[in-house]
Design a protein around this ligand. Sequence first.
Ligand SMILES: [Zn+2]
Length: 254
Amino acid sequence: MATVSPAERLLVELGIKDPRDIDLEAIAFSQGAYVKYRPMDRCEATIVGNDRLAIIAVNSLSIPKRQRFSIAHEIGHWLLHRNKLLFCTSKDIGGFARNAMDPERQADDFASDLLLPTFMFKPAIRRIRSLSLQALDDLSGTFEASRTATLLKVVKSNRFPIVMVRDGLDGRRWFWSSKVVSARWRIRNDIDPESFAYELLHSGGTGSTAARKVGADAWFEFRGCADEEVREQSFVSVLGEVITIVTVPESGTG
Ligand SMILES: [Zn+2]
């Protein structure tokens, strides 16, 4: 049986079964944390607490999906890292740091499980045949989570042959491969300067690209990859990075 994460256990305890019922202020309140909104500079959210009570402050200038992720992230700190005063910057929240022991990463993982719990998410993706940006947006709307957070959950579901690649102006941040993509699909550690993703990254815009087929060597490096094609579609995240969904052919799975 799959292990149930602390966030999912909390939802079960509270009897929450539908994404529309994931009311974060009510969930925080049930754990002794009050949520307040105020404009903030250089910070997305903070949590101040003693043994029993905490105040979570969230940046009122951020977009609602971002605020939700931030509240969920702070509830994670409250339950996992109590008695610490934390100021979480926009890089801390939703940065999904590589090190699983990093408290910011743990709070991000908690937020992901609280907003997109597996027991609600799996049934929601069952009907999707291939992952388009439209399908991602539908899911992101259902769960009121950002495209980035939703996509990461989709990749981790290992249902589609996709790799999620995250690029910033300082280079390739990280990528995450679905387990159905075979290990020979080794991702490049730089962004192809001729790619649409590169253009989007340097445009300073907030849009997305149309899905299209490209030579696999734009994203991967292995012998013979120039002879294969992959599908790519990119969008700009709330952090201003470019996230690309790379879909490999069926022959690339297993
Ligand atoms: Zn944090």
